[in-house]
Design a protein around this ligand. Sequence first.
Ligand code: FAD
Ligand code: UDP
Length: 373
Amino acid sequence: MKEKKYDYLIVGAGLFGSVFAHEMTKRGKKCIVIDKRKHLGGNVYCEEKEGINIHKYGAHIFHTNDKKIWDYVNQFADFNNYINSPLSLSKGKLYNLPFNMNTFYQLWGTKTPEEAKKIINEQIAEYGFKSPKNLEEQALSLVGKDIYETFIKSYTEKQWGKKATELPSFIIKRLPVRFTYNNNYFNDMYQGIPVGGYNTIIDGLLSGIETKTSVDFFEDRISLESLADKVVYTGKIDEFFDYKHGQLEYRSLRFEHELHTIENYQGNAVVNYNDASYAFTRIIEHKHFEFGKQNKTIITKEYPENWNRKKEAYYPINNDRNQSIFKKYKEESKLSKDVIFGGRLAEYRYYDMHQIIASSLTKVEEILKIERQ
Ligand code: FAD
Ligand code: UDP
């Protein structure tokens, strides 16, 4: 049989595909990476304008508790000491996030952890659930009614386009609740923004590897597949199987970028707009991720949108219906011996960057282990 030109055809130049390509190339495998977008990097891609790195697909803050993953990304870029401390604008007032002693003071005037815990515990006792079955029940059981109604219900329902009672509870467990005056959005040990933006990491990962942008796998599937022994697929898993077990649901977003000829628009990188009266969920002011001193500023309003096949799929919607469809695709994917599925869309999981990198590194290890046997 004629030898194929590449060991791996990697579909998707996001973090999963880029880490996979880097690791396999290091081990002497020949890889080619394609992406249907005009650029590499997937959702972490940044575009520079006015000396500001714009997070084109929404705010990306790197955080991890895993020293191995932190050391891994630090091979490709230095990180600054940015700590994400978003604000929330709710009913005309600004609050600190995540839910912490500052938020409780702004909401109720409580000054000590004991005072705040008393209010929260009373509300949990009245409105909480022993075994929460959805996001609303989970939120009421974690933080009570005031916080749920001020910060969670409207934001969540516009973000996901579904009632909080129809959403899985794990989504809200992403947010810390703290009884200290600490506005750090993440609990992780390591956090920051890569100096020079995320493209620096992607460029480092893909250095010396053949890449092709503006190439959609499905437009030339047969000839692309024939190029390599194996395919690494990081797109939507249902699309790969031509939606045969049904359409999975995703949430899409629309990003509106604005240039303002002022130095400082909102004084913080991220401000959440929690009320239903705003169609967007947050405004990002990019320069603050890198402590920029430019005399102009660029902001991005993030509007959640219904997804359809013509739009980008940003978030999997992991409710029961979708999970049961995904299970069928997952079973089917195990039969495709020459295709490796990975990443947020192929694994249909609400993964952060550090989890994607870990998942890609694990996949590489699994493959190498089998090869060694
Ligand atoms: P992607 O980055 O989506 O890459 C997949 C690539 O595959 C895309 O470039 C796509 O164009 C390509 N592709 C798909 N189908 C095809 C096809 N048919 N042919 C060719 N190419 C194809 N994580 C954090 O850790 N911190 C954050 O602050 C954070 N904020 C986020 C904010 C938003 C708004 C979003 C949406 C995500 C955020 N994330 C954050 C998550 C982070 O973006 C992901 O974990 C990570 O980028 C996923 O990498 P990936 O390679 O799986 O997917
Ligand atoms: N959330 C909320 N209010 C907020 C921020 C977040 O209710 O002010 C909920 C919302 O359901 C959101 C989830 O918490 O989808 C996770 O928030 P995170 O900021 O982690 O979302 P991401 O940055 O991944 O969009």
